[in-house]
Design a protein around this ligand. Structure first.
Ligand code: LLP
Length: 426
């Protein structure tokens, strides 16, 4: 459930008409709903109620300070995958002891930053990383708490670009190698294994892959404990999918996901950590855009928007479907015709939707891309020198810009000329 609804024929974010935001900020622009973010955090908290747990919001989904701070105020931790995300989590007020550091390629500098901040644990994905972390921690006179991220060789049944749990992907250590790796880590002075981590992919629309992966983690917990390792934390990753397309079957609810967790690992007496990103932020955001032109094509019309693949890359990158809805509610029985919805970027792949059934949108009309709160703004670029898309947050009847659109001067001002080129004279 989200808080983007038509009221009096106008699409609102909570109590604010989106048209008002579009006029004030211009388009394209991302708009987030505080109430939806909070609701999504709470449904996870309720799903795990009674189990000792930490909801470590995966910052990669949306790392705007206002989004992180909104969740941190409710008690959320953070899953970070870079020094930049670590700094963002700390700046937004996430307690260091609630931050977990994931990722296959942590640098020594990032490890030092994590240790200096006193984060909760590192998820270690290889032997070279283990050795590096041991060295960095010893040099600092610290002991790094670690979980190995195990690769359970489970098919997440999602888009291949976001499936991470199969043996052939770059992620984690083979689950069969875990006993030897824990023994090795236990003998090191700079690291202390405290738990097990697993993350099998993103936008999962079935519970079955989670169940298989978590069952393997439960079995591994038992065998590691039998070998004398104190396993007290299980980080089960993120990945629960969201409904992008109204006509598709809805993915499982956090409550049912929580039931799988209880059933598979709930009896182990471990602290349960999860790293949801998309389910928290995805349906808490829309991307607003305006129609620049409607153009006749050979087969059907093109609706050319002022938003493009650089602002929301998911359709171009994963053939992802985002519902596109007009800010002005179409009259009942309004004509619907298929059109291709595209952006102005000079690439054939700059297309948001092919033959999408839409009301007859014309120049100046405004639309919202739904489910754009996760992996939207964070994946935006300035390709074609289109300034980074701004972000706005709504709470009740109020809205605030939480990242302004850079001016062209700011955008160009980030470049610097080498000393051998004379600056151009204005
Ligand atoms: N934990 C780890 C270690 C991850 O790699 C990810 C996502 C998450 C948690 C959060 O997963 P979520 O709950 O959001 O599914 N850009 C792609 C998604 C990439 C996901 C990468 N890892 C997209 O737009 O679909």
């Amino acid at each position: 459930m989200d808080h983007f609804t038509y009221r009096g024929g106008r699409l609102h974010a909570e109590d604010v008409p989106l048209e008002e935001i579009a006029r004030a900020v211009g388009t394209p622009a991302y708009v987030y709903s505080t109430a939806t973010l909070e609701r999504h955090y709470r449904v996870f908290a309720e799903a795990l109620a009674g189990l000792p747990h930490l909801i470590a919001y995966a910052l990669k989904a949306n790392s705007n300070q206002a989004v992180i701070a909104t969740l941190a105020r409710l008690g959320a931790g953070a899953d970070v995958v870079s020094g930049g995300e670590l700094a963002r989590a700390l700046a937004a007020g996430v307690a260091p002891q609630k931050i977990v550091f994931s990722g296959v390629g942590k640098t020594a500098e990032e490890m030092r930053a994590g240790l200096a901040a006193g984060i909760r644990h590192f998820n270690v994905e290889s032997v070279p990383e283990l050795e590096a972390l041991d060295g960095v921690a010893q040099a600092m006179g610290r002991v790094a708490k670690i979980c190995f991220r195990v690769n359970p060789d489970v098919d997440a049944e999602t888009h291949e670009k976001i499936a991470t749990g199969k043996a052939e992907t770059k992620f984690g250590v083979p689950i069969g190698d875990a006993p030897a790796l824990y023994a090795r880590a236990a003998a090191m002075a700079g690291v202390e294994p405290v738990g097990i981590d697993v993350h099998i992919g993103s936008q999962l629309t079935g519970l079955h892959p989670f169940e298989s992966a978590f069952a393997k983690v439960a079995a591994l917990t038992a065998s590691l404990r039998a070998a004398g390792h104190a396993i007290s934390r299980l980080d089960l990753g993120g990945g629960l999918g969201i409904p992008y397309r109204a006509s598709n079957a809805a993915p499982p609810l956090p409550f049912d996901y929580g039931a799988v967790i209880r059933r598979t690992v709930g009896h182990l007496g471990c602290e349960i950590e999860i790293e949801p990103g998309r389910l928290i932020a995805g349906n808490a955001g829309v991307l607003l855009a305006s129609v620049i032109y409607r153009k006749r094509g050979a087969d059907r019309d093109f609706v050319i928007l002022d938003a493009a693949m650089n602002d929301l890359v998911r359709p171009a990158m994963y053939d992802a479907w985002h519902e596109i809805v007009p800010l002005q509610e179409p009259a009942p029985g309004a004509a619907i015709a298929p059109a291709d919805v595209v952006g102005p970027v000079c690439e054939t792949g700059d297309i948001f939707a092919k033959a999408r059934d839409l009301p007859p949108l014309g120049a100046g009309d405004r639309v919202a891309f739904r489910s754009a709160g996760a992996y939207g703004a964070v994946m935006a670029s300035e390709y074609n020198s289109r300034p980074l898309v701004p972000e706005v947050m709504v709470s009740g009847g109020e809205f605030a810009v939480i990242r302004a659109r850079p001016t062209l001067e700011e955008m160009i001002g980030r470049d610097t000329l080498p000393p051998w080129i004379e600056p151009a004279r204005a």
